[in-house]
Ligand binder design. Structure first.
Ligand code: URA
Length: 192
């Protein structure tokens, strides 16, 4: 993308025909992102799962249902959120995206951050958190705190991936809820 300023629509068009990594060979649909173009809150997941790959939309499966419930519980306005993933194509068998795949997809994520220009970014799980913060620290040590990213002027708040909440039960779900509540408080502080 060569550093030029590219609209979300154009980024999405480019992603739809992207063959920059091997994930393009096995994907059904590119899952670019969805939501309000200038949303104050951006949520970044890992990569599409089987349902997202079929529908072309992020977080439409079980993880998405939990995420939606928790966003509602802590009072986030769903119309003020943009949701995307670190990689836009499904890794086979839901494996973690590889470094080269994340690097190939990075211009899309960075373009989305630039265009949406959110106040707060919530990263879900290790993959998204490491991609945004450029760290190898674990989500357990990073969650629930305001972080600074070299890739956006937004405040980054890492939390567990909702899939970890589905596996880990109420103790993990409570931490995700608390972290989403922190994101809501930071947005209120910033007047958005
Ligand atoms: N998990 C993710 O990280 N992203 C999705 O879109 C769905 C499940």
């Amino acid at each position: 993308m060569g550093g030029d300023i590219v609209s979300l629509e154009e980024l999405s068009r480019r992603a739809a025909s992207c063959t920059a990594c091997v994930l393009s060979a096995t994907r059904r649909r590119v899952v670019f992102g969805t939501g309000t173009p200038h949303a104050p809150l951006m949520i970044v997941g890992e990569g599409p799962g089987v349902e997202e790959d079929a529908k072309g939309l992020p977080f439409v499966g079980r993880s998405g249902a939990l995420l939606g419930t928790l966003l509602d519980e802590v009072g986030h306005d769903r119309s003020a959120i943009y949701v995307t993933n670190t990689v836009k194509c499904r890794p086979p068998e839901n494996r973690n995206p590889r470094a080269g795949e994340m690097a190939a997809c990075r211009p899309f994520l960075h373009g989305q951050l630039e265009q949406v220009d959110p106040k707060v970014v919530v990263t879900l799980g290790n993959v998204a958190t490491r991609a945004l913060l450029g760290t190898t620290a674990t989500i357990t040590s990073l969650r629930g705190q305001r972080r600074v990213s070299p890739h956006t002027s937004a405040i980054v708040i890492p939390t567990f991936h909702p899939a970890a909440g589905l596996r880990g039960g109420e103790r993990v779900v409570a931490m995700i809820r608390a972290d989403l509540a922190l994101a809501a408080a930071v947005l209120t502080e910033s007047g958005r």
